[in-house]
Design a protein around this ligand. Structure first.
Ligand code: ADP
Ligand code: AMP
Length: 212
């Protein structure tokens, strides 16, 4: 099975992706995580992309598409894309690349949340740089403040979750990524999910969409 999770930054894609990965055995592929990992390890790709992430802007399509195919061609058939595609050009590259390989997406799930809630979620997000677990200081705190429940590493606030960068990321989403909703509606495999509910309730809707 192949899924795409669509939705604005802070909608809960990463949070739901972890649950989908566990329940459906799909490999979670987050382009944001891959870029951050490369930045952390100071790879040539990391050096190229750091300024884009810090500024809340998208990494150029050519670089992103090449990186994604490099990764997808190492994967088996079951994966979940989180944070890709983010532009029409990326969506076209995915559609065409899958066609060339005789494959197709099974579902595109769009998680929707209003802007004030997104800002609240992003400003309270804390992430584990070691294992990628995601928390919220109020809505989903770790058992011990500032410490990851999963691996015991110290939690951090992502550089791009600072207030100014959050505003830029939401603008970029509206201008460049939101048009993908109509794109996938036209392909006929988009499911809308209201993300403004507790994590487990959102997951129940996601599960229903996948099972349908
Ligand atoms: P995305 O991957 O779409 O950017 P995340 O999964 O990282 O979003 O979630 C953003 C923030 O919102 C995190 O702090 C997370 O703990 C919190 N969060 C995610 N889903 C929910 C939810 N359903 N209700 C409340 N907070 C949530
Ligand atoms: P995310 O972790 O999904 O919030 O992504 C963090 C940042 O990584 C984004 O703000 C972009 O700078 C970059 N990024 C992630 N995915 C993509 C993509 N598909 N296209 C371009 N840039 C991306």
């Amino acid at each position: 099975m192949k899924l795409v999770l669509l939705g604005p930054p802070g909608a809960g894609k990463g949070t739901q992706a972890k649950k989908i990965e566990q329940e459906f055995g799909l490999k979670h592929i987050s382009t944001g995580d891959i870029f951050r990992e490369n930045i952390k390890n100071k790879t040539p790709l990391g050096e190229k992309v750091q300024a884009y992430l810090d500024g809340g802007n998208l990494v150029p399509d050519e670089l992103t598409i090449a990186m994604v195919w490099d990764r997808l061609d190492q994967e088996q058939d079951n994966y979940l894309l989180d944070g890709f595609p983010r532009t029409i050009e990326q969506a076209d590259a995915l559609t065409e690349g899958l066609q060339e390989r005789g494959q197709a997406l099974d579902h595109v799930i769009c998680i929707e949340v209003d802007a004030p809630t997104l800002v609240k979620r992003l400003s309270g997000r804390r992430s584990c740089p070691e294992c990628g677990a995601v928390y919220h200081v109020v809505d989903n705190p770790p058992t011990q403040e500032g410490i990851c429940d999963v691996c015991g590493h110290e939690l951090v606030q992502r550089a791009d979750d600072k207030k100014e960068t959050v505003a830029q990321r939401l603008d970029v989403y509206r201008a460049q990524t939101e048009p993908l909703i109509a794109y996938y509606e036209a392909q006929g495999n988009l499911v809308h999910i209201d993300g403004d509910h507790p994590v487990d309730d959102v997951f129940a809707a996601v599960r229903q969409a996948i099972d349908a």
